[in-house]
Design a protein around this ligand. Sequence first.
Ligand code: SF4
Length: 388
Amino acid sequence: MSAAPHAVYIHIPFCTNKCHYCDFNSYVLKGQPVMDYLNAMDQEMARTVERIPPKTIETIFVGGGTPTVLEPDQMTYFLDSVRRHFPDWSGDIEFSMEANPGTTDKEKLKAMRDGGVNRISFGVQSFNNTLLHDIGRIHNTDDVYRSLENARAVGFDNMSIDLMFGLPNQTLDVMSHTLDRALELDLPHYSIYSLKVEENTLFHRLYQRNQLPLPSEDDELAMYQMIMDRLRSAGYHQYEISNFAKPGYESRHNTTYWRNEDYYGIGAGAHGYMAHERHINIKGVNPYIEAASKALPRLDSFSVNKDEAMEDFMMVGLRMHEGASKSRFAGQFDGKQMDAVFHSELSKLLQMELIEEIEDGYRLTEKGILFGNNVFGTFVGALSESEA
Ligand code: SF4
C-alpha cells in the first residue's frame, strides 16, 4: 500500500437535530463552537500532511453529521482550508459532500461549488412524509425537490440520494411509492440501506420496550429484492450491495474503502487508514478542539497486521460487483495468492453458492447478495484468530 493516500474523508459532526435511529458521531448544532471546530480541523490537517505529505488527491468526501449546516462563509473558510492542506487535486477529482434537504440554499451551494465540491449526496431516506416524521427527520418531500432544483441551478449534475428500507411501519407499498418518486428524478446514483437498530438511539430504547413496529424479516427481504429489481430494470448497475449507479457514476471515494486502500481521516470521530495503521479520532466536539490544538487528536490508533488486512480486504471487496480481486490482493500483500491464503473459506462459500469465481477473483452470487453478512463473517478472524 502507498504511504500517501489519494483519498480524504472529513467529518462535520453537526446536525439540525438528532434522528431517532442515528448513532453517527453527530451533535445538535445549536450552541456549538463551529468556527473553533473548523480551526481545529485546519490544525489537524496541517499536522496530518506534515506526517504523511499528500500526493495527488483523487477523492474527497465530506460527511457527517450534516456538512451543509455550515453557513456560506463558514463553508468557504472550510473549503479553502482543505485546498490549502491538500493542494494537488487530480483533474477529475471526485469531491463529494453529504447534504440534507432543507439545508442547501443557493448561496451555500454556490460556495460549495466554488470551493471545488462536484458531487452531492442527499440524505432523503423516504418520499413518505409521515415516515420521515416518525424517524425524526426534519425535512419533507418538498424540501427534497427544492434542494435538488437549487443544486441543479448552480451547476451540480452529479448527485445521489440515500434511501432507507426496513423502517417502522414501512410496507412494501410505501417503499414502492418511494422508489417511484426516486426514480422519476433520474439521478445518476442511489444508495439504499436497511435500518439497523443501534444502541444509544431512541429506536433502540423503543425496540427494547417492544414499541418499534419493524417490518418482518420476510418483508424486509422482499423490499431489498424489489429495490434491486426496480433499480436494475431502470438501468442502474448495482456496483455494491447498497449502491446503484449509471455507468461512470460509481462513488470512487467509497470504492477506496471497498478496495481496502488508504485514506486520510480528518475531524471528530473520523476514522483513517494510513501506512498500515488505522485510527479513530476523539469524538466529542470540545475535547476534539482541545486535543487538536496540541497534537493529532487521536482516540485510538493501532497497526493493522498483514493477516487482519487480508481479512479486511475480503470482507470489503466482496461487497462490490467487481468482487475481491486476486491481482489487487497480490499487489497489496507482497504477491500472496488469495486462493492459497483463504482456500478453506472460499471453498466453503463456493460450495454454498454464496460466491462465484470471476476472471480476477470472487464476487457474491445473487443468493450471496441476500446473505452478505454471513459471507463477510466467514473472514472475521479467519487468519488472525487461528494464529492467536
Ligand atoms: S441527519 Fe444523519 S447524521 Fe444527522 S442525526 Fe440524522 S441520521 Fe444522524
